[in-house]
Design a protein around this ligand. Structure first.
Ligand SMILES: [Zn+2]
Length: 374
């Protein structure tokens, strides 16, 4: 069976939904025709010139990367610009470029799950969990003669869905009552007389975006002049999606040993792995954030973890953090903390599209190339 670029995009968007991307980000297909056939896919953190060379030399039809090549303020991809030249070479070679960036950071599993797994953590949840999707809960009273008709109308308007389940509802039998007053035009009974009617109390969920449609459907299908209903919003709960991960080591160990563990688990870089804190501090619960994670220093401290592993940490935020007895900090090369994601993405694609040849680029795209300790 022929695999197209559209098939590959479908798998990647399923694993790393674009809706999870931060608002400033740019993710998805950068170049390539979704109708083109794909047989070889290369995975990397960055679309550097060397990585593009590797994709073309290997005759890949798609290069999947984490970092966007084009993020903001792009008004030319001319071949005499650095990034434009790469795009021209990719297009001429029939190789698509696809980015999964902050959507891959927040997905479950995502970038920080790959990092956590590489260093042997058992993950318990995100550092900065995204709230679950907003949901309305509708409670409607309906005379039993019209229960099925009202339910069908609510479902048709978008209510009753919950994950992979449709037409979900609760119906509770009861007796409703009302006394129509002068001016009313009751469907049942007469003005001034108390009516008791066999009714069902229905409960259905619906997305808030469908609120107007659900109300219109309810009014149209319900026999009463003034249907009884109320709508409540479910409280926002923490989901398993979001940036960073918290987890536990198999056994407590010193910060010195933990730093050595991280260094052994991640690919070698000139940047290396360094830690801030007492080398003998005992580390068991750990927060990790692949990529630049200094904005989550306080979130990691609030979680009460023993250590926080991320990259691109700066002097003053680290100094301030240590003065408040926060977790020990481990700083690794940005590229190294995200590199484990490449194998995760490759595994997801290979499992879903077994006809493809896949490969993770072994090129080190960390920009730092020289160390005085080399
Ligand atoms: Zn990054």
């Amino acid at each position: 069976m022929v695999t197209t670029l559209a098939d590959l995009i479908g798998v990647l968007d399923g694993a790393y939904p674009p809706r999870l991307a931060e608002s400033w980000d740019s993710v998805g297909l950068v170049c390539g025709d979704p109708d083109d056939e794909v047989s070889r896919v290369l995975f990397a953190v960055d679309a550097t010139a060397a990585v593009v060379d590797e994709a073309i030399d290997w005759r890949a039809q798609a290069l999947v990367v984490h970092h966007p090549l084009l993020l903001r303020g792009v008004d030319t991809v001319a071949a005499d610009t650095a990034k434009g030249a790469l795009l021209h070479r990719l297009i001429r070679s029939g190789c698509a470029l696809f980015t999964a960036h902050t959507n891959a950071d927040s997905a479950d599993p995502g970038v920080s799950d790959a990092l956590a797994a590489a260093i042997g953590l058992t993950v318990t949840g995100p550092v900065d969990a995204k709230p679950t999707a907003a949901v309305d809960n509708w409670v409607v009273q309906v005379p039993r003669t019209h229960t099925d008709a009202v339910l069908a109308a609510l479902f048709a308007a978008g209510a009753g869905g919950s994950g992979n389940y449709h037409e979900c509802a609760l119906r509770v039998p009861g007796v409703g009552q009302f006394r129509p007053m002068p001016g009313a035009n009751p469907a049942i009974g007469a003005v001034g007389e108390l009516q008791r009617v066999d009714e069902d109390r229905l409960e259905v969920v619906a997305p808030p975006a469908a609120r107007s449609a659900v109300l219109a459907a309810l009014r149209a299908a319900h026999p009463y002049e003034d249907p009884a209903y109320h709508v409540t919003e479910r409280a926002a709960l923490r989901s398993g999606l979001g940036l960073g991960r918290v987890g536990t080591l198999p056994e407590p160990e010193s910060l010195r040993d933990f730093t050595a563990r991280v260094s052994a688990a991640l690919p070698a870089t000139v940047w290396g792995v360094r830690a801030a804190g007492d080398p003998d501090r005992v580390i068991e619960r750990v927060a990790v954030c692949g990529g630049s994670g200094d904005s989550y220093l306080s979130a990691a401290a609030r979680l009460g973890v023993d250590a926080y592993l991320t990259s691109d940490l700066r002097h003053h935020p680290v100094d301030e953090h240590l003065r408040t007895d926060g977790p020990a900090l481990i700083d690794a090369a940005h590229w190294a903390t995200e590199f484990p994601w490449c194998a995760q993405a490759e595994g997801i694609v290979a499992a879903a599209l077994p006809g493809l040849e896949t490969r993770v680029s072994s090129l080190r795209t960390d920009p730092w190339t020289v160390s005085s300790t080399d």
